[in-house]
Ligand binder design. Structure first.
Ligand code: CMP
Length: 504
């Protein structure tokens, strides 16, 4: 791309230089030909005389002077064109071919403009003096106050921007790709920094151009692209809820959100003990700060789901006394009979009596998870199993540092039994595919049931053995492979303290 452009520019340079140089050489010849053919000549002092040596009439002198001045001006214009073409070629060569670092782009364009302007002004002086040696340009610029004022006023804004731009570049408070917030009026990603101003793309996808002079006077908040930038999201709870529990569950939920940096642990802390409840703030760090709006929204969504799961409640103004009928149970909390149906729908629980099923139902809890939320994490300790009531989940493992889904489980299927029955860490991560509701059955609820129904050890043992074998095939098992069913059964019995109560 750059090479082909360089080739084009080189050809253009040679052709235009050639034409201008030829024009330079030809103009004096045309000029003397025109003078001679009309019977005039220039004497050594540069005065116009007739062929016979007598001075030309004033009328003729004026016409010929005009002609001579015209050719001088054409030469000055051609000379300046030549200079501009050469300067542009050289700056292209230096800034686009030799210095090509993207981060230096803005500086390059600024320096390039300033250098080009200086070279052109100097060249103009030289060329002008070469054609009009008797006219002195310097006093015109240094001595003329009026010209100075006129030029100064005309260029006031432009020069202001230019110098503010130079100061900005020297200081480098931000770069392309950083998010800046100008006096809380405009927030966006810096797209370009030029000698005139800064272009930012707002989060409504609009372009805002702010001149350097204005920017130099404003407060600017900068979130550098290569920095770990933090955000704060607020929420509140009723006073009834334990702060320790709230902080823990919310932090865990925030950690799982996309774009929340794993390098810094999110901070969940009490901001204020308010009139209506406890005011909290979540401070978290982002991998990509340009997506902070989406990430804030995702965190608020996860806070809602966590509240649903953990039976936490938001605080709302409670100063007005109003009597209301008890709201209907939310969609996520089902009647006990439905929970019993869900449990008895699992074939492995077939040997259990209705009372035992009812007992499990009473001691278990329905929990709702957001799409993409992890229900259990591989390697963690776990003392509960789950039956999917609504939605679907994916069992996934890590292979070669990539996430690999191995099974989808739908309503009526269960997971988490491996850690619950053996006491080992979770063998895989299980993620909700959509909004998913699961019934969580804890170890302590199941223990008395298993003691009364030792055949459960066998049926669950077989499933665990099968799933383990499947994981072993995928080279990802964290569970020690004891090789045969007896190993698994013994492990379960030992974990539930059943060794002496059951037959092998
Ligand atoms: P646990 O190890 O407690 O936590 C992760 C769960 O994923 C695990 O229990 C099983 O319930 C489930 N799991 C692991 N491997 C498989 C598999 N191959 N097929 C189905 N489910 C599995």
């Amino acid at each position: 791309m750059v090479v082909s452009e360089l080739r084009k520019k080189t050809v253009f340079l040679f052709i235009s230089c050639g034409i201008i140089i030829i024009a330079f050489l030809v103009i004096p010849t045309i000029q003397s030909y025109l003078l001679n053919s009309s019977g005039f000549a220039l004497n050594p002092e540069g005065k116009i005389i007739n062929d016979d040596g007598t001075p030309a009439s004033p009328m003729n002198s004026t016409i010929i002077n005009l002609l001579i001045n015209f050719s001088l001006i054409v030469k000055i214009v051609l000379g300046m064109a030549l200079v501009i073409i050469i300067v542009r070629f050289i700056t292209f060569l230096i800034f686009n071919v030799i210095i090509r670092s993207a981060s230096q782009n803005e500086i390059a364009s600024l320096v390039r403009t300033i250098l080009s302007v200086i070279v052109c002004i100097v060249a103009f002086f030289i060329i002008f003096q070469s054609q009009y040696p008797k006219i002195e340009l310097a006093p015109l610029f240094t001595g003329s106050t009026i010209l100075g004022i006129v030029v100064g006023l005309a260029l006031q804004d432009t020069l202001g921007n230019l110098f503010a731009g130079i100061a900005l570049q020297a200081d480098q408070p931000f770069q392309v790709g950083d998010v800046i917030n100008v006096q809380t009026r405009f927030t966006g990603v810096v797209e370009s920094v030029s000698w005139r101003g800064v272009k930012i793309r707002t989060f409504q996808n609009k372009i805002v151009v702010i001149s350097n002079a204005v920017l130099g006077r404003e407060f600017i908040e900068v979130a550098p692209r290569d920095n770990l930038n933090a955000r704060i999201v607020f929420f509140n709870t009723l006073y009834a809820h334990s702060p320790a529990k709230t902080a823990h569950v919310i932090r865990e939920a925030v950690r799982q959100c996309d774009n929340v940096s794993a390098k810094m642990r999110p901070v969940v802390r009490i901001r204020n003990l308010g009139a209506d409840g406890i005011d909290w703030e979540i401070k978290y760090w982002l991998d990509d700060y340009t997506k902070f709006n989406d990430t804030d929204a995702l965190i608020r969504e996860r806070v809602w789901y966590t509240f649903q799961r953990e039976r936490l409640e938001f605080a709302y103004p409670t100063r007005t006394l109003h009597i209301e009928t008890k709201p209907q149970e939310t969609a996520f909390i089902e009647a006990d009979s439905e929970i019993s149906d869900l449990i008895s729908g699992v074939p492995l629980f077939d040997p259990l009596s209705d009372e035992e099923i009812e007992k499990i139902a009473q001691t278990s809890q329905l929990r709702v998870f957001a799409p993409k939320e992890k229900i259990v994490r591989r390697g963690q300790k776990g003392n509960s199993m789950f039956i999917v009531n609504r939605g679907t989940v994916t069992v996934q493992i890590r292979e070669n540092n990539k996430i690999k889904p191995i099974r989808n489980l739908k309503a009526g299927e269960f997971f988490g039994e491996m850690a619950l029955f053996t006491g080992e860490p979770r063998s895989a991560t299980v993620v909700a595919d959509e909004e998913t509701e699961v019934l969580e059955i804890k170890h302590h609820c199941l223990k008395p049931i298993i003691e009364n129904n030792p055949e459960l050890v066998e049926s669950f043992g077989k499933i665990i053995e099968k799933r383990r074998a499947n994981l072993d095939e995928l080279h990802d098992s964290v569970a020690p492979n004891e090789g045969d069913s007896v190993g698994v059964f013994n492990q379960i019995r030992k974990f539930f303290g059943l060794r002496n109560k059951t037959k092998e």
